[in-house]
Design a protein around this ligand. Structure first.
Ligand SMILES: Nc1ncnc2c1ncn2[C@@H]1O[C@H](COP(=O)(O)OP(=O)(O)OP(=O)(O)O)[C@@H](O)[C@H]1O
Ligand SMILES: Cc1ncsc1CCO
Length: 542
């Protein structure tokens, strides 16, 4: 008999021990179903058989009322007794082959997996779906394995490319983490995302399970309705076609808008460049705030603009973690500058933790930094600097990293490569003296963040206007983490610094790097959209 196709998108796993005081389990379940839960798994780890059967049977009747399938955790006998749609088994439960023999042929079997090896076994066994996790650390289940992390899910999903086994993410999934998870948990080729998310405490522990389920359902539906479903980018840049002239004029136009609107750019940066970065932000026409305390991140994230996270002298990782999470929640672009990430294992671990906690919009680095994140040793680092002549195929590197991290990648050097994983652009502006002052890469990050901020603010204004005009095809935007074209914003950011550096060295007072830096600030201060449009050397590579 053919197995029914089950909508796994909002998968509720029960947990009676998590109910708020005075909330009845059946009442909570029914409210959750009214809020849009699409499948329910009854999970009872301590109930004896009689109690489990009673709960499963009543749960089954309530689910039937809403046409929602029921899955039983672990117990094949209970699943058979209540005629459940499926059984979910863990790594140490009954083997899949035995489970299948005992169950009717239309009963679905799901299995928990937490690494690539377990995923390969599940593929071999031919389960119907896998639960991948724990994605985040969670309070609802004692973890015996390290968390998979959002970025680890993509590798597991790759195992299932070409198969029709469905996938559900589990562990720490809530309304505050769901979009970041769905966007980040994607194969680099972009063709597989999770088919759903399993939620426990965000619904079960809620005094208002219906409201919690409704919010989750809205976010999940918006994610799945995005216009380019094969490429789950967290922003709207990918899949556009450009011409070189179009890129130049859009970058120039963005500078004009930036100067008019002066976006706030929240920067958590290193102590070497903080003052320089704040001055350059002001010279450009944006507004800097250098704030590092975790306690102020929530307030700052509510002001439109962008966030820059630069790990150059990392001493405030907690602030970076909190700031990024709030930025994602408030749909603010995040520019991540992994300064010196190849230099120490501490920096590598910090970068990994940050990128797992929040979704970066842009990652900007020199060749050694980008190479470290892309896990290639072709280009070496010396402290915060890149050594040697760069990659033999820089385009492949930036494109692959953009696809892996679901963001725009900016790789600086004598030529700058910028990719959203789809379009890759090479910029050939800039005076070599930029390489001889400290923090020129850091200020590129600052300025890219300023342009991402203005791009996001402009996109929000357009969206408000469209909604006010009654345009209804904008619902999928609720599934984006950032709105605005972050590829163009990144190009504009790099061009602002490199074109300004060319103008700076033409000044008569510049005699070396000491006089170059103030001249560069002056050139940024005087930079016009016409300078950018007329001097930009832009090539679309592929
Ligand atoms: N040889 C060069 N010619 C022209 N422009 C350059 C050259 N080297 C670097 N640049 C420009 O300088 C800026 C910074 O890039 P770079 O790769 O030097 O950053 P970085 O190594 O991260 O710097 P830092 O660690 O000092 O912050 C970029 O805009 C880049 O285009
Ligand atoms: C020199 C230096 N050391 C840590 S951060 C920094 C600024 C340039 O990246």
């Amino acid at each position: 008999m053919a197995k029914p196709s089950i909508d796994l998108s909002l998968y509720l796993v029960t947990g009676r021990e998590l109910l708020p005081p005075n909330k009845d389990y059946y009442e909570s379940l029914e409210e959750a179903l009214q809020g849009g839960v699409t499948v329910v798994q009854v999970r009872e780890k301590t109930a004896d058989t009689g109690e489990f059967l009673d709960i499963a049977s009543k749960t089954s009747s309530i689910c039937a009322k809403y046409g929602v399938p029921l899955i039983i955790n672990d117990r094949v006998d209970i699943a058979l007794a209540v005629n459940a749609a499926g059984v979910h088994i863990g790594q140490s439960d009954m083997p899949v082959s035995v489970t299948r023999r005992l169950l009717p042929s239309d009963c679905i079997i799901g299995k928990s997996v937490s690494d690539v090896e377990e995923a390969k076994v599940a593929l071999e066994e031919g389960v119907d779906y896998v639960g991948i996790g724990a994605i985040w650390a969670t309070t609802s289940k004692k973890l015996v394995r390290p968390v998979v992390g959002v970025r680890g899910v993509g590798e597991i999903l790759e195992v299932f490319l070409g198969s029709d086994i469905k996938t559900v993410g589990i562990g720490g999934l809530k309304s505050t983490t769901v979009l970041r998870t769905l966007h980040g948990a994607t194969t680099p080729c972009g063709t597989r995302t999770l088919d759903g998310v399993a939620v426990v405490s965000d619904i079960v522990a809620s005094p208002n399970p219906r409201g919690s389920a409704e919010l989750l359902s809205k976010l999940i539906r918006a994610f799945y309705s995005r216009p380019s479903p094969n490429f789950a980018f967290p922003f709207s840049a990918a899949h556009q076609s450009y011409t070189e002239d179009d890129i130049k004029s859009r970058a120039a136009g963005l500078l004009k808008t930036l100067k008019a609107i002066k976006p706030l750019v929240h920067q958590i940066t290193n102590t070497v460049v903080a003052t320089q970065s704040a001055n350059i932000t002001l010279a450009l026409g944006a507004s800097p705030i250098m704030a590092t305390a975790p306690q102020e991140m929530e307030d700052l994230s509510k002001i439109p603009g962008a966030l820059l996270v630069n790990i150059g002298t990392i001493a405030n990782k907690d602030g970076m973690l909190v700031a990024g999470r709030h930025a994602n929640l408030n749909r603010k672009p995040i520019v991540f500058d992994p300064v010196g990430v190849g230099a120490t294992s501490f920096r590598r671990a910090a970068a990994d933790e940050l990128l797992n906690s929040w979704q970066a919009t842009v990652i900007k680095g020199n060749a050694a930094e980008i190479g470290t994140l892309a896990k290639t040793a072709e280009v070496q680092s010396k402290g915060v600097d890149s050594v040697g002549s760069g990659f033999s195929d820089p385009v492949a590197i930036v494109k692959a990293l953009a696809r892996k991290e679901r963001c725009v990648v900016v790789m600086t050097g004598p030529q700058d490569y910028i990719s959203d994983g789809h379009t890759t652009i090479r910029l050939s502006n800039g005076d070599p003296m930029l390489a001889d002052i400290t923090g020129s890469g850091c200020i590129v990050g600052t300025v890219v963040a300023s342009f991402c901020g203005i791009s996001s603010i402009s996109a929000q204004k357009r969206l408000s206007a469209q909604r006010a005009a009654g345009q209804t095809d904008t619902d999928h935007k609720a599934g984006l983490l950032v709105d605005g074209n972050m590829l163009i914003a990144s190009v504009a950011g790099v061009l602002a610094i490199t074109v300004a550096s060319e103008l700076a060295v033409e000044r008569p007072e510049v005699r070396g790097t000491g006089t170059f830096l103030p001249a560069l600030i002056d050139a940024i201060y005087g930079l016009t959209p016409e300078d950018v449009a007329s001097r930009a050397k832009v090539e679309i590579i592929r």
